[in-house]
Unconditional design. Structure first.
Length: 384
């Protein structure tokens, strides 16, 4: 392929979505096992990669959103902000607000009715405005860990979408400069937070607003869209380089938290630099999997691709489901050793999480996706 200006589907990215969502599920599964005093795998880095997986989602989001905007602008000469917002709203809002209603109204009622051994860290009155205005991360900051905690990343993405479409439309001539500036400004804020400003809220907000990850993804999209020669000719995608970088990624994902080595720490545990290095590794993976013909890591599997299609639900539903399953299985798990307990815990957890997500996708989320397509088609016909 030499024309990268009209890509309709990036092969393999759905599978990557699923594996990233799975890392989040593993992270929270082991955290909940640990909090309940059960044998757990919290000591292994692989089971502590939830935040790393979210960073991957941010890079992927920046890559796809920026590419779609570039493509629309290239085809139409203009970007429709209204259509952009409509697509995001109908894809993200229904499930987001369903979980908000469940976690702020229904769940407290169920806990009271069934006398469950769980105390909600917040009330509806204390939290509704944070959820409504897509700042759920502040619920965690002010009230501690909770079952809707994964929603913080959805809030970050929504803020990014709100800013990015109009910024792209009115300043697209300076897109490359804007992307680089976002990375530079965020790096400056991190350094400021670590060395000059002793304010916990400021540090927390700097940490969670990972716009630099989205900017790295945007840089990848800009590079791809303006590329006139085959990507397969790039030296960084020669087979030996792929083997080296993918091996490094695997070691990082499985053992990062278990490695304490001066050289390793420079690359993966140094403020500012390590965050950007990891983001570019993820970008390398995204491009390699989806666009490099001779990639050794393609993930073009229909089963994993389907799991990627329902990965939004997997990410959103997994915490309440794990919490519910723990209430049911805790007594049985407490009698089992780590291996036997894991062999019971994970199949049940994954089957229920995937099952609920599949049902949600088909009977709830798809309703809004079809509505989105109808509205977009109707608008195109009207314009013609």
């Amino acid at each position: 392929m030499t024309n990268y200006k009209n890509i309709s589907f990036f092969n393999g990215l759905n599978s990557l979505r699923f594996f990233a969502a799975l890392l989040v599920v593993l992270h929270h599964s082991e955290t909940i096992r640990s909090k309940n005093g059960l044998p757990n795998l919290n000591w292994l880095g692989l089971f502590k990669d939830g935040s790393i997986a979210v960073t991957f989602f941010f890079v992927l989001s920046g890559f796809l959103i920026t590419y779609l905007l570039l493509k629309e602008n290239g085809q139409n000469g203009i970007v429709s902000i209204k259509r952009f917002y409509l697509k995001r709203v109908l894809r993200i809002w229904p499930l987001y607000f369903l979980l908000v209603v469940f976690g702020t109204l229904l769940l407290p009622a169920l806990i009271y009715i069934f006398g469950l051994n769980y105390v909600m860290p917040y009330t509806f009155e204390q939290s509704w405005h944070y959820f409504l205005f897509f700042l759920p991360g502040l619920v965690t900051y002010y009230f501690g860990h909770h079952l809707l905690e994964p929603l913080w990343s959805i809030g970050i993405e929504e803020v990014f979408y709100l800013i990015w479409a109009p910024l792209f439309k009115f300043a697209k001539k300076y897109l490359l400069l804007i992307l680089i500036s976002i990375i530079v400004i965020k790096s400056f804020l991190i350094i400021t937070s670590l060395n000059f400003v002793e304010n916990n809220l400021f540090s927390y907000l700097v940490d969670i607003f990972q716009f630099e990850a989205m900017a790295v993804g945007g840089l990848g999209a800009y590079f791809i869209f303006n590329r006139n020669r085959p990507l397969s000719g790039l030296k960084i995608y020669k087979i030996p380089v792929q083997i080296a970088i993918y091996s490094l990624l695997v070691i990082f994902l499985v053992f990062n938290r278990n490695i304490d080595n001066s050289v390793w720490n420079i690359f993966f545990k140094t403020p500012v630099f390590s965050q950007l290095f990891i983001c570019f590794l993820f970008l390398y993976l995204i491009i390699g999997v989806s666009l490099i013909d001779h990639s050794i890591f393609k993930l073009r599997n229909r089963f994993f691709s389907y799991l990627g299609e329902i990965s939004y639900g997997i990410y959103m539903y997994h915490m309440p489901i794990i919490f519910g399953l723990m209430l049911v299985l805790q007594k049985q798990l407490s009698k089992l050793d780590l291996l036997t307990g894991s062999l019971l815990y994970y199949p049940v957890t994954l089957i229920v999480v995937v099952g609920v997500s599949a049902i949600s996708k088909r009977y709830f989320e798809d309703f809004f996706l079809k509505l989105k397509n109808k509205i977009i088609i109707r608008k195109k016909v009207t314009i013609r």
